[in-house]
Design a protein around this ligand. Structure first.
Ligand code: B12
Length: 221
């Protein structure tokens, strides 16, 4: 079992999705994250153990390296893709409550803004870190954030903005959410943002990258 868990974590770090995936070339034809996860489930390894020991540590390592500038966006996206392939097999166990998630996160790029590359990375890293994430996509207005919060009242909200003009939309969204639900935590990110800006608009924090957000969330839950 340990060998399979280790192989799974290597497949995730190296971005080997499944046996058919051509990348990385030196692992061509070899099993990937999907097959190792299936094998682990076949030998009755607990889904929770697969997530916590086979998947999360390596995603965490990649997140750290990314924050330190030692790996770049393609590596994160490739690893997240492998993680996603493996997660399709674990999803039924999450859905039936056999594996506990850390909590719920609602994420979106704010109204008027179509940039979603960074937001998608944040989503993938949080999913990989054990959160259930509701991704509302791009151009999300305050009413959409609020409506989803009504559906999932215990959620944390994460907003992304890449344009100086749409940063202002964040302010309006934070205001309306905090008016209705002052206890809801709201975190913001995106290249033009700063901690000062987050304070000014009443958000609970700004994080420059998904890893620092994930680390913070794990501390506060
Ligand atoms: C790719 C891109 C586009 C693509 C977007 C494709 C897509 N699907 O996202 C397209 C071509 C569509 C586009 C369009 C436009 N763009 Co553009 N775009 C960029 C570009 C080159 C890269 C952005 C990016 O993806 N970066 C990589 C990601 C990974 O980084 P990131 O988004 O910052 O995310 C990281 C962190 O910020 C953080 N993060 C992000 N969100 C969140 C959220 C939370 C909660 C947390 C914790 C962290 C976090 O984590 C991520 C990973 O570390 C930037 C320039 C640049 N170098 O940044 C310009 C840029 C953002 N665009 C710009 C502009 C002006 C536009 C347009 C208005 C251009 C035009 N005239 O049409 C339109 C606007 C469209 C719209 N309404 O949104 C300007 C913004 C200037 C400003 N100050 O407002 C920039 C800075 C370019 C420039 N130098 O002028 N763009």
């Amino acid at each position: 079992m340990d060998r399979l868990l280790n192989n799974l974590s290597i497949a995730i770090e190296r971005g080997k999705e499944n046996q058919d995936s051509p990348y990385p070339p030196d692992l061509k034809g070899k099993p990937g994250a999907y097959e190792y996860t299936q094998e682990l489930l076949n030998i009755k390894c607990a889904p929770d153990m697969i997530l916590k020991q086979g998947m999360m540590p390596r995603m965490d390592r990649i997140g750290k390296k990314f924050a330190e500038g030692k790996v770049f966006i393609p590596e994160i996206l490739i690893a997240a893709k492998a993680m996603k392939a493996a997660m399709t097999l674990l999803k039924p166990y999450f859905d039936n409550g056999e594996v506990r998630r850390k909590g719920k996160v609602i994420i979106g790029t704010v109204a008027g803004d179509l940039h979603d590359i960074g937001k998608n990375i944040v989503r993938m890293v949080l999913e990989g870190d054990g959160w259930e994430v509701f991704d509302l996509g791009v151009d999300v207005n305050k009413e959409q954030f609020l409506a989803t919060l009504h559906e999932h009242p215990q959620s944390i909200i994460c907003m992304s903005a890449l344009l100086t003009t749409t940063m202002m939309e964040m302010e309006k969204t934070v205001k309306i959410i905090k008016q209705e639900s002052p206890q809801t935590k709201i975190y913001v990110g995106g290249a033009p943002l700063t901690s000062n800006f987050a304070d000014k608009i009443g958000a609970d924090g700004y994080f420059p990258d998904p890893h620092s957000l994930a680390k913070h969330l794990t501390k506060v839950i």
